[in-house]
Design a protein around this ligand. Structure first.
Ligand SMILES: [Zn+2]
Length: 349
């Protein structure tokens, strides 16, 4: 097997893992700014009339804490009848929001295909185009990792990754979409810091984080998913963009149900499920590991096909026969993962 080595841009050897610490953040977080006196989470209950003022790092920390604590200051999710969970109620609409193309496959590819095979409508929506990622090539028996813009134009990477996500979606039998233009550069590199990513996104996205949330709410109201999947948001070792995207999805799904937020008819997401870690999860889905490996092969500039192994599975590492999740919240009130969970009912748990 060819050896795995790293990019010519740094000369150092690195493990070939997606979304892993490929390089240090290239731009430092914004300097600390004076924080507003009022708790600014309330600002997310209505579309701002003027561009949002820059926010402090403490703002993002409190925003994250608010979500993890159940976001008492955010609008409650309207309650729905538990009877509506019955699988016999027909095909469901499932949307997974991810930070980068390949996250949907690496974390949940087996589950998404299983849901599609069962007749449910499944879509993977990526916030970015993976424009901060890499292209791997085999040169002289070694695998080299190349990066834009040092090794090729960013547009080449975006074209490759867009095509790969389309290919992966086809292999799973699902739809796919992107929420934001690659030119925004929302995928800018690796950091573990959620606050750093949110700070960067607030400066890069039109309208800042309020604009991102507004766009995500509009997407939720247009797609009308029953079930939303998101990346994990609490694992300290996780990519900061994964954690930040999950937090925004959580906020957006709550706001989509709020008739006072933005324009368009409100939509109630029935359940938000996040990726569970090996150490913490409450639902486990048995999946077809060969089908998962086949889907991963679509990301041919991310993983050279002969090298795709179970160690590339983002969660299990040593076992791709199942994927695991945690129910973040449900519009059915208290969720019993053993039964009263829409996700559990759809995946045959
Ligand atoms: Zn990722």
């Amino acid at each position: 097997m060819a050896k795995r080595t790293s990019t010519s841009t740094s000369g150092t050897r690195r493990p070939m893992r997606p979304c892993a610490p490929a390089h240090a953040p290239t731009v430092a977080p914004k300097p600390e700014q004076r924080k507003p006196a009022a708790a600014p989470v309330a600002a997310f209950t209505a579309a701002p009339a003027t561009p949002p003022a820059p926010k402090s790092a403490d703002f993002y920390k409190r925003m994250v804490d608010s979500v993890r604590a159940g976001a008492p200051s955010l609008p409650p999710i309207p309650s729905l009848p538990v009877a509506d969970l019955a699988p016999s109620s027909g095909p469901r609409n499932v949307v997974m929001y991810v930070a980068h193309p390949d996250d949907e496959t690496g974390y949940a590819g087996g589950t998404l295909k299983k849901l599609a095979d069962a007749g449910h409508a499944v879509t993977a929506v990526s916030l970015t185009h993976g424009e901060g990622g890499r292209i791997v090539e085999e040169r002289g028996g070694e695998v080299v990792e190349l990066r834009a813009p040092a090794d090729f134009p960013v547009a080449k990477l975006v074209r490759a990754r867009d095509a790969e996500m389309s290919d992966a979606a086809g292999r799973m039998g699902i739809e796919h979409a992107h929420l934001f233009d690659a030119k925004l550069g929302l995928d800018y590199g690796y950091t573990r810091s959620t606050a750093e990513v949110l700070t960067r996104w607030d400066t890069l996205a039109p309208g800042g984080l309020d604009g991102m949330l507004s766009r995500m709410v509009a997407d939720l109201r247009a797609r009308k998913p029953d079930l939303v999947l998101a990346l994990m948001e609490s694992n300290p070792e996780e990519h900061g963009a994964h954690k930040a995207s999950a937090i925004l999805v959580d906020l957006a799904a709550r706001l989509a149900a709020d008739p006072s937020y933005g324009s368009g008819a409100p939509h109630v997401v029935r359940e938000l499920v996040i990726i569970g870690s090996a150490a913490s999860h409450d639902l486990r889905v048995d999946v077809d590991k060969d089908a998962w490996r086949h889907t991963m092969g679509a990301y041919r500039t991310q993983f050279l096909e002969p090298m795709i192994s179970e160690t590339d599975h983002f969660i299990r590492g040593d076992d791709t026969s199942h994927e695991q999740y945690t129910v973040r919240w449900s519009a059915h009130g208290a969720v019993n993962p053993a039964g009263e969970s829409l996700f559990a009912s759809l995946t045959g748990l």
